[in-house]
Design a protein around this ligand. Structure first.
Ligand SMILES: Nc1ncnc2c1ncn2[C@@H]1O[C@H](COP(=O)(O)OP(=O)(O)O)[C@@H](O)[C@H]1O
Ligand SMILES: [Mg+2]
Length: 263
């Protein structure tokens, strides 16, 4: 199993941001992590990446506890794109993406053919080849987002954790990123966990969905079962319904643009 965790509890001070969160992924699976703002999605991803130490439970990569692995050993297996990554403004896309290779190259070896190929592929896959020499401050929000995705790809890890990778992107690039996620999973067997806000995109692209509410896992299962559970309306406090679009395709959530009263 590429990635799994025993029930994770994460505390910020005395506040429980995550309570008994579990996950176990098959190789090549795409898992969408959904839930309202503040429900613990980013916290869960950071705990899975071994970046925060849970108060209870542990994450394992291929059965090995991340707590026992070095950062570099983790980075060879797992790439994490945070919700708000940061890098110096003067850095170019090419430099950022090269940094993605660092776990493989380290301090004692120079970049070889395989590294250069991974970098070219990462730039190409995110449509950034012609922008490679631009600095991060010269990019639009969407281009910057793609640059970070590209850096994560260059890492060539078998597990990819993406925190809202489609935010800031126009609908065209959203579809491209989701297609890319799908290809990585199906063609390269990459295992992917992705926090995402768009319910329909989550349903369309993922094999399974985990739904968080106030740090608690409310649902873990296939998209169609989530649609049938009634949990979307309840958890997000919206009215709507799932409609069938085509045979064999997952249903589409059609939201009413008036909120329930908060009472
Ligand atoms: N570094 C932190 N320190 C204290 N509280 C935090 C921190 N990060 C997140 N939180 C809180 O933990 C909860 C979960 O946050 P987060 O995991 O970012 O949710 P989501 O990604 O689903 O929006 C929220 O209530 C948030 O305010
Ligand atoms: Mg978040």
């Amino acid at each position: 199993m590429p990635l799994s965790c025993s029930p994770l509890t994460v505390l910020y001070g005395r506040r429980k941001a995550l309570n008994g969160f579990t996950l176990s992924l098959e190789k090549g699976e795409i898992r969408a992590l959904i839930g309202p703002n503040g429900s613990g999605k980013s916290t869960a991803l950071q705990a899975l990446a071994g970046l925060i130490t849970p108060a209870a439970g542990q994450t394992s990569i291929e059965g090995v506890a991340v707590a026992s692995m070095s950062r570099r050993a983790i980075a060879k297996k797992l790439a994490f794109l945070p919700q708000q990554p940061s890098a110096p403004d003067e850095m170019t896309i090419a430099q950022l993406v090269r940094q993605g290779r660092f776990p493989h190259v380290g301090l004692f070896r120079s970049y070889d053919r395989k590294d250069e190929e991974a970098i070219e592929w990462a730039l190409e896959s995110t449509g950034l080849t012609s922008l490679a020499d631009r600095t991060l401050q010269e990019l639009s929000g969407g281009e910057r987002q793609r640059a970070w995705i590209s850096a994560a790809l260059a890492q060539e890890a078998g597990i990819l954790l993406l925190d809202e990778p489609t935010s800031f992107l126009d609908i065209g690039y959203q579809v491209e990123v989701l297609d890319l996620v799908h290809r990585l999973s199906r063609e390269r067997g990459v295992t992917i966990v992705m926090a995402i806000h768009d319910i329909n995109q989550a349903i369309a692209v993922s094999d399974r969905i985990s739904l968080l509410e106030r740090g608690e896992l409310r649902f873990n299962g296939e998209p169609r079962a989530l649609a049938e559970s009634g949990l979307i309306e309840k958890t997000f406090r919206v009215k709507g319904r799932f409609v069938e679009v085509a045979p064999g395709k997952p249903p589409h959530f059609d939201v009413e643009l008036t909120r329930h009263s908060d009472a």
